[in-house]
Design a binder for this molecule. Structure first.
Ligand SMILES: [Zn+2]
Length: 171
């Protein structure tokens, strides 16, 4: 198993923690020098905070650990393609590399809807790599939304950041 798969599994573990709390299952870890220095999972419901995405929490934890806002030596792993807010935070943190699992055709800002991390007019660009353990990452989200649709009676509304991120996918 390569490093990317290994760290994505850790992000998946975070995502499962989110699902157990009834949160949309997205998880993230920040890795520096082969070590996880920040982790987080989506906590929007619990914290009543629209900004409490997995990536934001993991980035804040990593910066606290390093006592620096610059994450120039770090890699962020996240189970779902980051949204516009998180992609912005990834650029601001000067992360050189981003690895994500499932693509988000409805809200992804790392190539799907927007491409904030590779925007040439910004003063920092991030090298994204999508599709790492995409099946596992996407499966977790699909199962979560399937269960929730059954619970709420089937209209599928309020289904998370930008709606059900995988609704548009055929698989
Ligand atoms: Zn986000």
């Amino acid at each position: 198993m390569n490093d990317d798969d290994r760290f994505m599994l850790q992000a998946l573990r975070e995502a499962r923690d989110a699902a157990e709390d009834g949160e949309v299952p997205v998880g993230a870890v920040v890795v520096c020098g082969g070590r996880v220095i920040g982790r987080g999972h989506n906590q929007r419901e619990m914290l009543h905070d629209p900004t409490a995405h997995a990536e934001m929490i993991a980035i804040t934890a990593a910066a606290g650990h390093l006592e620096s806002w610059r994450l120039e030596e770090c890699v962020l792993y996240v189970t779902l393609e980051p949204c516009a807010m998180c992609a912005g935070a990834i650029v601001l943190a000067r992360l050189p590399r981003l690895v994500f699992g499932a693509f988000d055709p409805k809200a992804g800002a790392c190539g799907s809807v927007l491409d904030i991390v590779r925007e040439p007019r910004f003063n920092h660009r991030v090298e994204p790599e999508g599709g790492v353990l995409a099946e596992e990452c996407g499966h977790l989200l699909k199962e979560f939304f399937k269960a929730r649709r059954t619970q709420v009676g089937g209209n599928g509304q309020d289904s998370g950041p930008g709606g059900d991120p995988l609704e548009g996918l055929s698989g």
